[in-house]
Design a protein around this ligand. Structure first.
Ligand code: FE2
Length: 179
C-alpha cells in the first residue's frame, strides 16, 4: 500500500533505511560547519520495495525518498548520489512534495541541475550520476523506479564528488562549480 503524498509504503516486503549526517562525511564543502553538527541527524530516509533480488536482470525496484530540509554551512542537505554500475540502466524520479534540485553529471563531470517540485517527473539516463538536493523548507518527497540490475556505484562520488554544489546565495539556491 502507498500513501503517495506522505511518501509512505507499508507491507512486509518494504525495507526502510536512514542516512544520517555521519554517513555523508566528506561530501559537504564546509567541513567546519559539518563537524559542529549532530552526526546522528537524519538527512534522508528511503523506503524500497524490491520484488526481486538485487542484480537480477530485467526486474524493477520501486522506492520513495524523504529528504529533510537543512544546510551544512550554506550547502543544502542532499543525498549521497551515485552512478549506476550498469550505465545502460535508467531511472524515473517523480516528486510529490517539497522543492528540490536534481543534480546530474555525465562521464566528463559536466554537472547541471533540474528543478524538482510537486508534479515534476524526471527520466535519468543510465550514464548520468544523480543526486537530489532539498532547496526548500519542507521535506522533499520523491518516488523512484529503477532497474534491479542497475547497481549503485558510490565510490566515484565519494572520491571526486559532483562537478557543482547547490548553495544558498542571497536567500536563493545557486549552483556553483566545485574546484
Ligand atoms: Fe539511481
Amino acid at each position: 500500500m502507498l500513501d503517495w503524498a506522505q511518501g509512505v509504503m507499508s507491507g512486509p516486503a518494504i525495507r526502510e533505511s536512514v542516512k544520517t549526517l555521519a554517513e555523508l562525511s566528506g561530501l559537504f564543502r564546509d567541513q567546519r560547519a559539518y563537524a559542529a553538527m549532530n552526526p546522528e541527524r537524519e538527512i534522508y530516509r528511503v523506503r524500497v520495495w524490491a520484488p526481486v533480488s538485487a542484480g537480477e536482470e530485467g526486474g524493477l525496484f520501486w522506492g520513495v525518498t524523504l529528504l529533510q530540509p537543512g544546510k551544512v554551512g550554506d550547502e543544502y542537505f542532499m543525498t549521497h548520489g551515485h552512478f549506476h554500475v550498469n550505465r545502460t540502466r535508467a531511472e524515473y524520479y517523480a516528486t510529490v512534495a517539497g522543492q528540490g534540485m536534481l543534480m546530474r553529471m555525465n562521464g566528463q563531470r559536466t554537472t547541471w541541475g533540474e528543478a524538482m517540485a510537486p508534479g515534476t517527473i524526471h527520466y535519468i539516463r543510465g550514464e548520468h550520476a544523480h543526486r537530489v538536493v532539498n532547496v526548500g523548507t519542507e521535506p522533499l518527497i520523491f518516488w523512484a523506479c529503477w532497474g534491479s540490475d542497475a547497481g549503485y556505484h558510490y565510490g566515484a562520488i565519494r572520491e571526486l564528488g559532483f562537478g557543482a554544489a547547490v548553495v544558498e546565495r542571497d536567500g536563493k539556491p545557486a549552483i556553483v562549480p566545485c574546484e
